[in-house]
Design a protein around this ligand. Structure first.
Ligand SMILES: Cc1cc2nc3c(=O)[nH]c(=O)nc-3n(C[C@H](O)[C@H](O)[C@H](O)COP(=O)(O)OP(=O)(O)OC[C@H]3O[C@@H](n4cnc5c(N)ncnc54)[C@H](O)[C@@H]3O)c2cc1C
Length: 396
């Protein structure tokens, strides 16, 4: 028997649970599928969420963002005050940046409970294999295969979204813009827990960066993301991470132990050209809503999820067009995502050479590096690119 719902959400991450909470809260029959057996587990994240005031500074045009990123204090394990950027030769550039480091597993479960309390049905260990143009989802559970039909489908199923793929080629991330990432969760670290470190350099993380995010009580997320298209080598990711953790960070991690290893893909190619179709919306990573320059996607997943939920209820209540979703998320955070992508493209021209990265970071200094991390270009993109080319020409 085919079961019918108003809305089927694929993926119970921050984006999917937020959509489900809004839509179910308006009384619409909502089902959420996730392939995991426990929401949020395993955690595949650095767990850093900018504080509401930083979120306002990152996305100044967004009215929703500061509220969307508010995390109840019981899920916050540490609060950091500073970001420190470290160039390949070890020079450090630091500036104030407030962030909450969260227990992402518990936080995702909390978001799912809010949606469940609002009336959404959650089906875990349920992998959506296919989504048809008639909005029929083929779902494989641990013991059977079922078909579910919904008036609207929400693709909140991450970088390799099955829902997005079902819409066709325009909805698939460019392979080169998928950044594989690997992280250790470690205990026994000896470091300043108010500082988040970001390391740059071809030997550390080609086409990406490595991070050190203190979770509090000596726990730390040590990870990195890279792009093979920039790396031009086949060295396994685990070798890069091992070298980073036990050589680069040898002094602060000498007594540390690896508790867990996690890996996942971050889509850093910017938003997909289109995030909606006749009866489907894409949210969060599935829509490419990630700040390309730093890989952060939780704020935009939460904010975009809320916008998608509102547009879906308006659509079901009064026939508002689904295209309104794209208008609204662009208004709230589209420009910043575009700028973050420009920052990454400019960085791509520089970062293949450690020597040039060092020089550029020194010339830029904190004054110019800080806005880059905040998804702002201190110079218009063409001027920034020309400046980089001038610097490159001096050294090639
Ligand atoms: C290593 C790493 C570190 C990161 N660190 C940070 C950070 O510190 N701060 C930050 O802001 N962002 C970070 N990100 C990015 C952030 O995790 C994502 O942007 C965010 O989780 C996006 O939320 P989402 O709901 O769109 O997707 P997800 O949280 O990825 O949720 C997608 C869900 O869909 C489910 N799913 C996928 N396919 C199917 C299917 N076919 N059927 C059923 N279910 C399916 C998955 O099981 C998953 O639960 C990091 C990412 C990685 C990989």
């Amino acid at each position: 028997m085919v079961q019918s719902y108003d809305v089927a959400v694929v993926g119970a991450g921050p984006a999917g649970s937020t959509v489900a909470k809004v839509v179910a809260g308006e009384g619409y029959r909502t089902i959420v599928f996730d392939r995991r057996s426990t929401v949020g587990i395993p955690v595949q994240c650095g767990e850093l969420i900018p504080s509401p005031s930083e979120a306002h500074s990152l996305f100044p045009r967004s009215k929703r963002m500061p509220r969307a990123v508010h995390v109840p204090s019981k899920f916050v394990t540490n609060r950091t005050q500073t970001i420190r950027l470290i160039s390949p030769n070890g020079s450090a550039y630091e500036f104030p940046f407030e962030a909450n480091i969260v227990d992402r597993g518990k936080y995702d479960q909390y978001l799912a409970h809010l949606a469940e309390d609002a009336g959404a049905e959650f089906h875990l260990s349920s992998t959506v294999k296919k989504s048809s143009v008639r909005n029929e989802l083929n779902v494989k559970t641990s013991h059977t295969e079922i078909t579910t039909r919904a008036k609207l489908v929400v693709g909140a199923d991450g970088a390799n979204s099955v829902v997005a793929q079902s819409l066709g080629n325009h909805f698939i991330h460019n392979e080169e813009d998928l950044s594989p990432s690997l992280q250790y969760v470690m205990s026994g670290a000896d470091l300043d827990e108010s500082v988040v470190d970001m390391y740059f350099g071809g030997k550390i993380a080609p086409g990406g960066y490595a991070w050190v995010i203190p979770k509090g009580d000596g726990l730390v997320n040590v990870g990195f993301g890279m792009r093979r298209s920039i790396a031009h080598d086949d060295t396994p990711l685990r070798k890069y991470l091992k070298r980073f953790a036990f050589k680069t960070l040898a002094s602060s991690l000498k007594d540390a132990k690896i508790l867990r290893r996690v890996g996942a893909i971050i889509p850093v190619g910017g938003p997909l050209k289109k995030s909606w179709s006749e009866n489907v919306l894409l949210v969060g990573d599935a829509a490419g809503h990630v700040m390309a320059s730093n890989g952060g996607g939780i704020p935009t997943a939460l904010c975009g999820g809320e916008i998608a939920g509102d547009v879906i209820t308006d659509h079901l209540n009064t026939g508002v067009a689904l295209s309104e979703y794209e208008v609204l998320w662009k208004r709230e955070f589209g420009k910043e995502l575009d700028t973050a992508l420009s920052v990454l493209r400019v960085a791509d021209t520089v970062m293949p050479s450690d020597e040039i990265t060092d020089i550029c970071m020194r010339l830029a200094g904190v004054r110019f590096l800080e806005p880059l991390i905040r998804c702002r270009l201190p110079l218009p993109v063409d001027v920034a690119s020309k400046t980089m080319v001038k610097i490159l020409n001096q050294f090639i």
